[in-house]
Design a protein around this ligand. Structure first.
Ligand code: GRF
Length: 201
C-alpha cells in the first residue's frame, strides 16, 4: 500500500478518478492528503466528501517561492508520502521537492508529449492541425512537461473540433491512464533508465 498525495488546482475530475479507482480496488494505495494552491478548487470539496485530509497553501500568502515550496515539502514528509500525483496542479513544482521525490512525482498532461507542453494544450493542438492528440502520464523533472513518459493514449482530433470538445474526449482517457500509472507505481513495476521508462511484465 503506497501513500499518495494529490496536488490539484481546479475541478478535480482526475482526483475523482483516482478516488474511484481506489474504492474499486484498482489501486493498492491510499490518498493521504490533497493539496491545493487554490482555496476555491472543487478538488478540495471532493476530498472532503470522502473524508480525505486536505490543505490549501495559497501562493500569495508566502514571501518567496522557496518558503512556499518548503511548506509543501514539510507537509508531504509529515504524511510519509511515497507518490505525488499532479492532477491539474497549475504551478511548477520547486526544485527541492523534485529532488527529494525524484521519479516519485507523476503528472497527467492532455497531449502526446513531447508535443504541446505547457498551457492551452488543446488550442495548440487544434491550431497546429495535428490529426491525433491524446494524453500522457509522465514523471516530473525540472523541465516543463519533459520528464520520462510512463503511459500515453492517442485520441483523434476531428476537423471541426473545439478546445472544449477535444478536451472532453481526451479527459475520458486521462481518467483511465492516471489510475493505471499509479497502480503500476504501487506494484513497483516502473523502472527508469537513461530517462526512459520500462514497465515490468
Ligand atoms: C486535465 O486536463 C489535466 O490533464 C490537466 O489539467 C486538467 C485538470 O482537470 N493537467 P481536472 O481538475 O482533473 O478535472
Amino acid at each position: 500500500m503506497i501513500n499518495i498525495a494529490v496536488l490539484a488546482s481546479g475541478r478535480g475530475t482526475n482526483l475523482q478518478a483516482i478516488i474511484d479507482a481506489i474504492k474499486a480496488g484498482k489501486i493498492e494505495g491510499k490518498i493521504k492528503i490533497v493539496i491545493s494552491d487554490n482555496p476555491k478548487a472543487y478538488a478540495l470539496k471532493r476530498a472532503q466528501a470522502c473524508g480525505i485530509d486536505n490543505i490549501t497553501f495559497p501562493y500569495k500568502n508566502y514571501k518567496t517561492k522557496k518558503v512556499y515550496e518548503q511548506e509543501i515539502l514539510d507537509c508531504l514528509i509529515s504524511y510519509n508520502i511515497d507518490l505525488i500525483v499532479l492532477a491539474g496542479y497549475m504551478r511548477i513544482l520547486g526544485r527541492e521537492i523534485i529532488k527529494e521525490y525524484r521519479h516519485r512525482i507523476i503528472n497527467i498532461h492532455p497531449a502526446l508529449l513531447p508535443s504541446f507542453p505547457g498551457l492551452h494544450t488543446h488550442r495548440q493542438a487544434i491550431e497546429y492541425g495535428v490529426k491525433i492528440s491524446g494524453c500522457t502520464v509522465h514523471f516530473v523533472d525540472e523541465g516543463m512537461d519533459t520528464g520520462p513518459i510512463i503511459l500515453q493514449k492517442a485520441v483523434e482530433v476531428k476537423q471541426d473540433d473545439t478546445e472544449e470538445a477535444l478536451s472532453d474526449r481526451i479527459l475520458v482517457y486521462e481518467h483511465k491512464l492516471l489510475p493505471m500509472a499509479i497502480q503500476l507505481f504501487a506494484q513497483n513495476k516502473i523502472q527508469v533508465k537513461n530517462k526512459k521508462v520500462y514497465i515490468k511484465e
